[in-house]
Design a protein around this ligand. Structure first.
Ligand code: ATR
Length: 269
């Protein structure tokens, strides 16, 4: 699709954004669906500037990333309930001039897990208590999963557990024997510390579905150990791809080309 006077603009706002995979991902999806739209990366220092840009340039929508996910909220016309509960917006939708904030990380994480099975009634152990953990944990609770949070620092872990209606346990002494879903929502295992695993895995059995949010490397030590134990796994690209799928659907009302989006991310890594 050639760029012309009717081309709709989308983009990601954050700082830094030069390594973002989102432009490749969304432009591939726009191209495949024949939409006259383009997606660019904008490194901006202030959140208000990002929202003003979306408004004044009549952008179709935008992704919001670090460090603006919380600060944009004050400048939007409306923030949906999930994004408000988490305290973070990663998606802006322009509905006829009204700018609405959403959080597609929750939906993205749930879709990534649901590819492999149901969440309701499952016993989930999640390691981590940062922003990613908050989005994933919120989704798990909404879906009716039982959630146990483990984290290096007890105060952050306990505080997130309280917010989400979950329980907390220290990293050591976790028995994974009866766990249905194990999620690493920390950066443990990321390059260059590729041999690190977030918790001792001696008690892991093949009944557990193991998800990692780390995608650098794609085959983390956690996922490698999980596969060796016979577990099903969800790699770190899944949540990223599905949060973009959810964005694409909110922006366009069309079904997203999921396989193409996944292939595009794998090729860009
Ligand atoms: P994000 O917003 O991407 O989730 P974050 O808010 O910095 O990132 O959260 C990082 C998470 O990874 C935290 O749960 C952190 O544990 P602490 O709360 O104890 O800081 C966890 N984390 C990061 N590096 C870690 C490490 N080397 N060992 C254990 N946990 C780690």
């Amino acid at each position: 699709m050639a760029i012309d006077a009717k081309t709709r603009l989308y983009g990601v706002f954050g700082d830094p954004v030069t390594h973002s995979l989102s432009p490749a991902l969304h432009n591939a999806a726009f191209g495949a669906t024949g939409l006259n739209a383009v997606y660019l990366a904008f490194g901006l220092k202030d959140a208000k500037g990002a929202v003003d840009a979306v408004r004044h340039l009549h952008m179709g929508g935008a992704s919001v990333t670090i460090p603006h996910k919380t600060d944009v909220m004050a400048h939007l016309d409306e923030v949906d309930e999930t994004a408000r509960a988490i305290g973070a917006v990663n998606t802006i939708v322009n509905r006829s001039g009204k700018l609405i904030g959403f959080n597609s990380d929750v939906d993205g994480a749930m879709r990534a897990l649901e590819q492999k099975g149901e969440i309701a009634g499952r016993k989930v152990v999640m390691i981590g208590a940062g922003g990613a953990a908050r989005a994933i944990g919120y989704g798990i609770r909404q879906k009716g999963g039982t959630l146990l949070i483990a984290n290096r620092s007890a105060d952050k872990g306990e505080s997130l557990a309280k917010d989400l209606g979950a329980s907390f346990c220290p990293l050591t002494g976790l028995d994974l024997g009866d766990v249905d879903i194990l999620i690493n929502a920390t950066s443990v295992g990321m390059t260059p510390h590729v041999d690190d695993v977030p918790v001792p895995l001696d008690s892991l059995t093949s009944r557990t579905l193991v998800m990692d949010i780390v995608y650098n490397p794609l085959e983390t030590a956690l996922l490698s150990a999980a596969r060796a134990a016979g577990c099903e796994t969800v790699d770190g690209t899944a949540m990223f791809v599905f949060q973009a799928v959810a964005q694409f659907e909110m922006w366009t009302g069309l079904e997203a080309p999921v396989d193409l989006m996944r292939r595009t991310v794998l090729e860009a890594l």
